[in-house]
Design a protein around this ligand. Structure first.
Ligand code: APR
Length: 241
């Protein structure tokens, strides 16, 4: 089947079904200019993002990790949602639709998505490293680095770092994967677990799994359909009349 015919078939299927789950990754925000974790965008002052986003890095040098998050927050604050975020926001109005995102940038909400299961937290929230309080703070720059909780302890970004558990949202995400008739996997390298296990969970529960990504991923060979292309170009074609 050629791409146009495949898009046609997916469009028909999406119109006919009730339960759709979409899982998004950094690729969905790439066209908005959000810096990636991997590849050239993952370097900051010669340090790898994947090494800074760890509990160990924060323990060792909280000021450095906060400087990096402060920079990320300032870049993201200037980014705008793109066509992919807008298509997903449009779908989110329908009952039976669930958005599961690995992104912490808040662009899905800014595009109008009603609700998302944020697997890896939210860069616009802070969390106390002692008492666990978690609160929103959209100021960029923050008035003082590192920020502190009302209890006096140092606060950390409200995101999930490598090696940390996902929290209650994980059970909801698994449920959404099991219930889905179609699961769309958009813009994720599918190498970070447990998020990457949602596609196999959905598939073994009977969902049709469709991947949208310009590059091959470890899941490409296991999904029902792998569409090679950009989220901002392919997703709008799935809702075109
Ligand atoms: N449209 C669709 N996919 C794209 C686009 C685009 N315009 N641009 C890039 N991609 C793809 C890349 O080919 C890659 O496969 O998006 C994927 C992005 O992969 P990662 O940067 O690894 O992002 P993600 O899968 O979300 O990472 C998972 O790991 O970096 C940590 O906690 C962070 O939530 C993140 C998690």
């Amino acid at each position: 089947m050629n791409v146009a015919a495949e898009l046609d078939e997916i469009r028909r299927r999406l119109n006919a079904i009730r339960r759709i789950t979409v899982i998004t990754g950094a690729g969905v925000s790439a066209a908005s200019g959000v810096p990636t974790f991997r590849g050239p965008g993952g370097l900051w002052r010669n340090r790898q993002a994947t090494q800074l986003a760890t509990p160990e890095a924060f323990l060792q040098d909280p000021a450095l990790v906060w400087e990096w998050y402060e920079w990320r927050r300032s870049v993201i604050a200037k980014c705008e949602p793109n066509a992919a975020h807008r298509v997903i926001a449009n779908w989110s109005q329908a009952p039976g639709f669930t958005l599961v995102t690995q992104n912490v940038d808040g662009l899905h909400e800014r595009a109008g998505s009603r609700r998302s299961l944020k697997l890896h937290g939210d860069i616009w929230r802070l969390q106390c490293s002692e008492c666990g309080r978690n609160w929103p703070d959209r100021r960029s720059p923050l008035p003082k680095l590192p920020p502190h909780c009302g209890c006096g302890a140092i606060a950390r970004p409200g995101v999930v770092w490598f090696g940390e558990p996902l929290g209650e949202v994980w059970a909801e995400a698994q449920h959404a994967a099991r219930e889905a008739q179609v699961l769309l996997l958009v813009g994720t390298s599918a190498i970070v677990y447990p998020a990457a296990s949602l596609a196999p969970i959905a598939k073994s529960a009977g969902a049709r799994v469709i991947e949208i990504n310009p590059d091959e991923t470890p899941l490409s060979a296991h999904v029902d359909l792998s569409l090679r292309g950009l989220a901002g170009e392919l997703l709008p074609q799935l809702i075109a009349p």
